[in-house]
Write a protein that binds this ligand. Structure first.
Ligand code: SAM
Length: 212
């Protein structure tokens, strides 16, 4: 049942313009229903964000797909995720062969995700803390994906990109944001592309919003 539903959902993402075969393949494999609360499971294969508790969400599948596609992940690359949430995005990145580091600021959400990664044997290096300042001990990263909306691009995250690395981050107001794709060209030079119009929960921390 859920396998057919998953196939239909991912086919619909392809029709909406997701073209990276590795993203589609990973999303066809990872079981989204395992990352949503029991009561929400009937909705796991609808293309919508769903509540995971603590006023947070698992992102809409189309958003996960477009952000992952923009990240241009290659097998073996080191990727930092800010906002572990349900763990679904991290699981997609692991499925694509990335070495994944993920930071979550909310302690209970962090603990739930960690338990789920253990249960499903998904290898992710996790940390509870403020992701706006990155994870300098493990930098540089080939890619950084921020799954909450920020008022601006945190300098620390730009600085922790490897040369040629990509940072994908929703930037804008508290209600709607533009997806920014930042590529590090050299020590101090970055290229920035924009994809409109998204709605994320706020990124809260030293280099982003100071409260919800
Ligand atoms: N990637 C998640 C998934 O696959 O379910 C989506 C997570 S949700 C849209 C955004 C998450 O970012 C929330 O769990 C929230 O607590 C977290 N968050 C917000 N500000 C943060 C920060 N400064 N550092 C780390 N996590 C943060």
């Amino acid at each position: 049942m859920s396998k057919t539903e998953r196939k239909l959902l991912i086919d619909s993402l392809e029709k909406k313009g997701i073209s990276d075969p590795n993203v589609l393949k990973a999303m066809r494999k990872v079981e989204r229903e395992k990352f949503v609360p029991l009561l929400m499971r009937v909705n796991a294969y609808r293309d919508i964000a769903l509540p995971i508790g603590y006023e947070q969400t698992i992102s809409q599948p189309f958003t996960v797909a477009i952000m992952t596609q923009a990240l241009k992940v290659k097998e073996g690359e080191k990727i930092l995720e800010i906002g572990t949430g349900s763990g679904y995005q991290a699981a997609i990145l692991v499925e694509m062969g990335a070495r994944v580091y993920s930071i979550e600021r909310h302690h209970d959400i962090f603990r739930n995700a960690q338990k789920l990664f253990d249960k499903l044997s998904i290898r992710v290096s996790t940390k509870c803390g403020d992701g706006t300042i990155g994870w300098s001990e493990n930098a540089p990263f080939d890619g950084i994906i921020v799954t909450a909306g920020s008022p601006e691009i945190p300098e620390s995250l730009k600085n922790q990109l490897a040369m040629g690395g990509r940072l994908v981050i929703p930037v804008g107001g508290k209600r709607t944001q533009t997806l920014k794709v930042v590529t590090r060209l050299s020590e101090n030079k970055y290229d920035i592309e924009s994809i409109p119009e998204f709605a994320f929960v706020p990124l809260i921390g030293r280099e982003a919003w100071d409260k919800e």
